[in-house]
Design a binder for this molecule. Structure first.
Ligand code: AQP
Length: 330
């Protein structure tokens, strides 16, 4: 099992319910690898002195949500150079046409164009990102990639790249599949429930961060956009705001959103209960995060160990791919 997260901003409820929680749940039964993908973050990071700090904070958050360094291998992508090396081979295996169909590139480049401070520059890396992501996944002979719904297309293209490589050069890569959770696979922005909750939203009033104080969480849920009539019903297409609240509540409490809807006749109590369920979920995570951040040396040492374990696997796969492609051994 492998899945990664970018150190591009504070971790939000969508990242947690869509991905991180399932990484924790799967770490005992699986050979689990999780990367903090700083090379992907470089596609949009331009300021100095940001990435290292964000990487360390994200590592603390991964351990705080419950990843155990004795069970799962947590590593920083740039500490395992095989990612860049296989990434280039994947760029040469994917086509320009395939990359132009990626909705995430279209969305992210459009968002950058809307913003006057970023409109000028859309990196080539943002465009070729799925090739590096394919390398991230294929290096670990990954069967399952636990992700939110937004990543499904990238896992599909990874499969296509692996199939093409295997066809050209002989059986080399395991074909991975995306695994998404029942509830929480696509958490929507509380202010704009037709868009996914996303770190790069223009305003953060619709985002719940894992480090938000209880008062901030309460306020964000209280102000959540609902729908024009007053009926509480789970219907993603017709009632996106209410359905998002029901799904968040379901993901936090373990119920089913359709069944939970029957318990409410008004929006106010639903907003309040969803907010309280999130606060309860976040409290132990926040306490562990703050404790872990007091010992940055220990965090760095855990990441170094993780990179060592990751390289043991990644180097073998890279060598296999290079040999399959007929490259001269060093
Ligand atoms: N809204 C979401 N609902 C469910 N899952 C989500 N994920 C992201 N947003 C949601 C999942 O979180 C994991 C880590 O994703 P990432 O590092 O690629 O994060 P991201 O895409 O940078 O996160 P954002 O917030 O969506 O940022 P931007 O604005 O950069 O696009 C992935 O498994 C993802 O599916």
């Amino acid at each position: 099992m492998l899945s990664c997260i970018q150190p591009t901003g504070d971790v939000h409820l969508g990242n947690y319910l869509g991905a991180l929680r399932n990484w924790v749940a799967g770490q005992h039964e699986n050979d689990a690898f999780h990367g903090i993908v700083d090379l992907h973050a470089l596609t949009i990071t331009e300021a100095p002195d940001v990435l290292g700090q964000a990487t360390l904070q994200l590592a603390a958050m991964l351990f705080a949500v419950g990843l155990d360094p004795d069970e799962a291998t947590i590593f920083v992508q740039s500490h395992v150079p095989e990612h860049s090396q296989l990434g280039w081979m994947m760029e040469c295996t994917v086509s320009y046409g395939e990359l132009t169909r990626m909705t995430q590139f279209k969305d992210k480049s459009a968002k950058r164009q809307e913003n006057t401070s970023t409109a000028e520059f859309i990196s080539a890396g943002l465009f070729t990102y799925p090739a590096l992501q394919a390398a991230d996944i294929l290096l670990y002979d990954t069967d399952e990639v636990p992700v939110g719904e937004d990543q499904r297309q990238h896992i599909e293209i990874t499969r296509d790249i692996a199939i093409r490589f295997n066809h050209r050069f002989g059986d080399t890569f395991v074909l991975p599949k995306a695994v998404t959770p029942k509830a929480g696979a696509r958490v929507m922005d509380l202010q704009d429930p037709t868009s996914k909750m996303s770190k790069s939203a223009n305003t953060d009033s619709g985002l719940v961060y894992l480090l938000d104080e209880p008062a901030a969480v309460r306020k964000k849920f209280k102000r959540a956009v609902t729908d024009s009539d007053s009926e509480v019903r789970f219907d993603r297409a017709e009632k996106p705001g209410v359905s998002n609240l029901l799904e968040i509540l379901a993901a936090c409490t373990g119920g089913a959103p359709e069944a939970l809807a029957a318990g409410y006749t008004q929006y106010g109590p639903l907003k309040a209960d969803a907010g309280e369920a999130v606060i309860e979920l976040l409290q132990p995570i926040q306490a562990r995060y703050h404790e872990l951040m007091t010992d940055r040396g220990e965090l760095q040492s855990l990441l170094r160990k993780g990179a060592g374990k990751a390289r043991e696997v990644a180097a073998v796969t890279l060598a296999r791919a290079q040999a399959a492609a007929g490259m001269l051994p060093a």
